[in-house]
Design a protein around this ligand. Sequence first.
Ligand code: SF4
Ligand code: SF4
Length: 473
Amino acid sequence: MADQGQENFRDTIGTLNEEGKRAWVFPKKPSGKWYEYRKYVSYALLLILFSAPFIKINGNQFMMFNILERRFNIFGFPFWPQDFYLFVIMMIIGVVFVIFFTVAFGRLFCGWICPQTIFMEMIFRRIEYWIDGDRGKQIRLAKMPWNAEKIRKRVLKWSIFFIISFLIANIFLAYLIGSDELIRYITDGPSQHGSTLISLMIFTGVFYFIFAWFREQVCIIVCPYGRLQGALLDNKSIIVAYDHKRGEKEEGRAKFKKKEDRPASGKGDCIDCSACVHVCPTGIDIRNGTQLECVNCTACIDACDHMMEAVYLPKGLIRYTSEDNIEKGEKFKLTPRLKGYIVVLGILTAVLIGMLFLRNDVEASILRLPGQLYEHKADNIISNVYTYKLVNKTVEPIDSITFRLKSHKGTIKLVSNTSVTVPEAGLTQGTLFIEINASAIKTDKERLEIEIMSGDQVIETTTTAFLGPRSYN
Ligand code: SF4
Ligand code: SF4
């Protein structure tokens, strides 16, 4: 751990120099066991990310977040504006899960699953290594005057970055408006959908800006999750950490001299090679302890393991561990705080499952026409006028829909037809009259129960109010 004299790293962030200007990070290309694992995970996640809007389950897009129409599909399960309460519960479960996961395993999400890290480290950064070379070559290229080589490399890199940003923007749009719409826009041609093309170019510009220039600053400055770490992590959380007890020992860290016997020397196992610093994509020194900038990407674990192997010391000087494990040798265990999160998660999940089972395929609402009173007709009949709205959440049209009064004797008359059809994943609305004999009305505001039928089958039951004169009974 850094002592008081070494605490000046806290005065600045790794991406700013002493003048407050951007200090460009040139991380060394990582290699090693953890980087290989992360590559495989990223391939799987990229495949899911790029294919999810094009996969359909029962005709529903696998993942869709149509914010404009407030329609969401999650794992092929459609959520309508009427299901918003379910969506909110899912969001709460997501937040509690993230908190639980962070308390237990720190920023594992950032290093392994976050799209920002995956795009940056597994796509854009690797293209950069391919075109510009590793850290040393990149630094030389940055300092180079604008000669033919630099222009060629920059134009090539920025063009590829732009094309990938455009591709990501298209996928992003497929999540927002649906892949069918996106394909239709593409086949219609950009001239027919000018405003969508402008949105697409804005998204492309944002992605290009993030991955070509803003980069690790997203995690350090913008991401609210990163900022929460101070509140969520405790000494028992598993994080990427430097074992300062082993690394420093009594004599502190020191450069490695040929043929020295480090274990017998009293010096720490850290050979002060800076490999962990050079490989860090956020430009920090993990040996200073847990820092806001660390996205737990594991690159420093691999780098340090290489060095430990080279000097015949045990690997794991930097590793996944907790502060309490380093200080007291304590193993990971479920704390009361974690158990509390598990209980809350279990309750919320049970509530969600229950609500999903209770959810109907058809949602109906019947509301009295605003500003209209009841009408007293011949044969002592009281009539109220309503607007109805039927939402079909399935991918098949529902036809022959009629309405039946369940709570009272009376009739329901649809205006302009006798039955209605609701298209797949669509809604139908219209006007209807409910007529009830005054003798069947007990109050001036009756609560009616109405069944919505498809053929002989009741597909939904709803309620509405029925107004009548005061003096009945
Ligand atoms: S300190 Fe290590 S784990 Fe954290 S961001 Fe840097 S390289 Fe990745
Ligand atoms: S890579 Fe390992 S040995 Fe080298 S400076 Fe970092 S912690 Fe020390």
